[in-house]
Design a binder for this molecule. Structure first.
Ligand SMILES: Cc1cc2nc3c(=O)[nH]c(=O)nc-3n(C[C@H](O)[C@H](O)[C@H](O)COP(=O)(O)OP(=O)(O)OC[C@H]3O[C@@H](n4cnc5c(N)ncnc54)[C@H](O)[C@@H]3O)c2cc1C
Length: 463
């Protein structure tokens, strides 16, 4: 049996004891959830407002999705951009895309301001397509990006594919044709089924170490305004017209003027709105769970950090995590092993939908069959594939929250604005949660931000 062991938690180096809430307290803002979303929301709330902030975490900081993700920094939506344009119009859709991309700058701001030492690697990442339809989807996306004034991604097509001849003329400025060997070199594969490649800005970081370091900075920098309580599970949130009362498992309470849920969507508490329509039922149907599986091994430091995705033929939507899927890998430095600098190569892709009401537990073992399918993918696809003695030091899974519209929820609850959300990762959550944190701080400081594709909406409570 292989335990659920993530490389991100393995790198945490903390000596701080967990301090649970031991008495009733009051604050301006209470944040529920100590992942990257909660930590960055606390950061901007403290920096951009005068509010006092209490953060409550059921477990320990960064042990949720933040400690069990793929650790890739990327700004795409897991939903086609075109469908966002159709739902919201080009202007709002492109503002949403720009907002997520703006989080690169916010991340720089936090790193510099808090003098964090968590490594952040930036590079151009690549995605390989093996089917003509996949290429067309990317070109269509590129066309919408160009129309919206967003920088188009660079698309390369293998000369040997003849795909260029099958493409409508209106795509002609959106791609280049190159020898297939050049394209395979970028994808770091010898697999000649890959005939097109998309390049975009990507990065890697250990979001658990980042979150833990940021929490340390907040505690040191705002001793009078910021308190963190771990091992403090919220069991009930009661909302009135101008405040919230939170109850914890240890039967203490926190009274606050605003409450921000940074829980990833899986909080297991009851929300009572004594000042309007029921929120509880709606809220608990907001997020659908999906388990993502990954594995990683250490190898000699033989290449620069990277992130590469591979779209093989005929990818089904969801289902059996050992079945055909798209795969991705990241490679980054991971400290030293017996005095020798090592790269960590991680692969992921297999996912499984968590049936409604089913309970996900982090303690569940890593699936050996999934690890084998990841190993098979690396051995057949990746240039520097694992040597015969490669050992998977890490094999892990994590829970992702998918909202019905596939977009993060950021903002005030329309049926009671005392409650705010920054949650729903939809597969990609690092940059969106950082952008969400900044937007929440703007709301807390009294601003009414411009409309956005991330706004929580409820027909019963028009804003
Ligand atoms: C398998 C997987 C792969 C991913 N890969 C990527 C990737 O490559 N790139 C990317 O950008 N994003 C990725 N993500 C998403 C990304 O990791 C998250 O969106 C991001 O970490 C933000 O997390 P969060 O803070 O919203 O949630 P979490 O880190 O899950 O934090 C939520 C916290 O809330 C706490 N909590 C919940 N209920 C309560 C309660 N009642 N009381 C108190 N505390 C409570 C939990 O204990 C938890 O610590 C991935 C996620 C997973 C699971």
């Amino acid at each position: 049996m292989i335990p659920n062991r993530s490389p991100w938690l393995a790198q945490l180096n903390r000596s701080r004891p967990a301090v649970p809430l031991a008495q009733d307290t009051a604050t301006d803002v209470v944040i529920v959830g100590g992942g990257i979303a909660g930590a960055v929301t606390a950061y901007f709330a403290l920096k951009n407002t005068d509010s006092s902030v209490v953060l409550l975490e059921a477990d320990r900081v960064a042990h949720g999705a933040t400690g069990h993700n793929a650790g890739q920094i990327t700004s795409y939506f897991e939903r086609p951009f075109e469908s966002i344009v159709q739902e919201f119009g080009l202007e709002l859709a492109s503002a949403g895309q720009r907002a997520v991309e703006s989080a690169w700058g916010l991340l720089d701001e936090i790193m510099a301001d808090a003098a964090l030492r968590t490594p952040v690697y930036r590079f151009t990442g690549h995605a390989g397509c093996s089917e003509f339809e996949q290429l067309v989807e990317h070109l269509e996306e590129n066309k919408d990006r160009a129309a919206a004034g967003l920088a188009p991604e660079s698309v390369l097509i293998a000369k040997e594919s003849n795909w260029e001849n099958a493409l409508p003329l209106f795509y002609k400025d959106l791609y280049s044709v190159v020898p297939q060997d050049d394209l395979l070199a970028l994808l770091e594969t010898d697999d000649r089924r890959y005939l097109a490649c998309i390049a975009s800005q990507k990065g890697c970081m250990n979001s658990a170490v980042f979150t833990e370091e940021l929490m340390g900075y907040l505690m040191a920098s705002y001793p009078g305004r910021f308190s963190l309580f771990e091992e403090t599970m919220v069991t009930k949130v009661t909302l009135s017209e101008d405040r919230a009362l939170l109850q914890t498992k240890q039967e203490h309470t926190v009274e606050a003027l605003r409450v921000v849920l940074c829980t990833n969507g899986f909080e297991q508490f009851h929300i009572e709105n004594v000042s309007g329509s029921d929120i509880n039922t709606k809220f608990h149907h907001l997020v659908q769970g999906r388990i993502g599986y990954m594995a990683g091994y250490l190898e000699s430091m033989n290449a620069a950090p990277t992130a590469i995705s591979y779209f093989p033929k005929g990818i089904p939507e969801t289902g059996d995590p050992t079945g055909e899927t798209y795969f991705y890998l990241t490679r980054r430095p991971h400290g030293e092993d017996e005095g020798v600098a090592k790269n960590l190569v991680c692969a992921g892709g297999p996912e499984q939908v968590l049936p409604n009401q089913a309970h996900y537990t982090r303690e569940e073992h890593c699936r050996e069959d999934v690890r084998e399918s990841l190993d098979e993918f690396l051995r057949t696809t990746y240039h520097h594939h694992p040597g015969p003695d490669a050992e998977y030091a890490f094999c892990w899974h994590g829970l992702m929250g998918y909202t019905p519209g596939g977009l993060r929820r950021i903002g005030a609850e329309p049926c009671n604005p005392v409650l705010l959300y920054n949650l729903g990762c939809n597969g990609v959550g690092i940059l969106p949660s950082i952008y969400g944190a900044k937007r929440i701080a703007r709301i807390l400081s009294g601003e009414t931000p411009e409309r956005s594709i991330f706004d929580p909406i409820d027909q019963r409570c028009p804003i």
